[in-house]
Ligand binder design. Sequence first.
Ligand SMILES: [Fe+2]
Length: 190
Amino acid sequence: MSNTLPALPYPYDALEPYISQQIMTLHHTKHHQTYVNALNTAEEKYAQAATPKERIALQAALKFNGGGHINHSLFWKNLAPAHAKGGSGGVLKDGPLKAAIDKDFGGLDNLKKEFNAATLGIQGSGWGWLVRHAPHSSPAYILMTTALCRVSTRPPSASRSSPPRTRTRSSRTSPSSASTSGSTRSTCSI
Ligand SMILES: [Fe+2]
């Protein structure tokens, strides 16, 4: 089945003055649409491929454009109009999420720094996700990118009381992110 561009959950001008109508329109109708079109093309070629070699050759296009489509679809849902415009954007309310960010990342500002450092060198302009960890685990949330599963400037003992079941793999950080974050580390539980 062909992939389609999802509608935005708000008007193109809803995020002004932080993101302009022009940028939102361009980003959604051109940028995201391009990923959708390229993914559909790759899937059609994959369906017609006659040999394993042909299918393997399409893996990069499927991964890159499929990831772009999925990431953008999630990204739109993570944005919201500002508080001043009647929306819920720009405010981190007191609650379990804020408490976990304070505990695991040392606050929202530090999370932003770690997020930016972790995603700086990732293909596709830096996709990363704050992911809910296993129930009742510590940390409650982990920072993931396609290269890293957890990034912290603090030693493991400072951010978790008992380590979850994990495996560690080498990180693919950019020089700038490594120098910014100091003791960058990665821990994967997938
Ligand atoms: Fe984009």
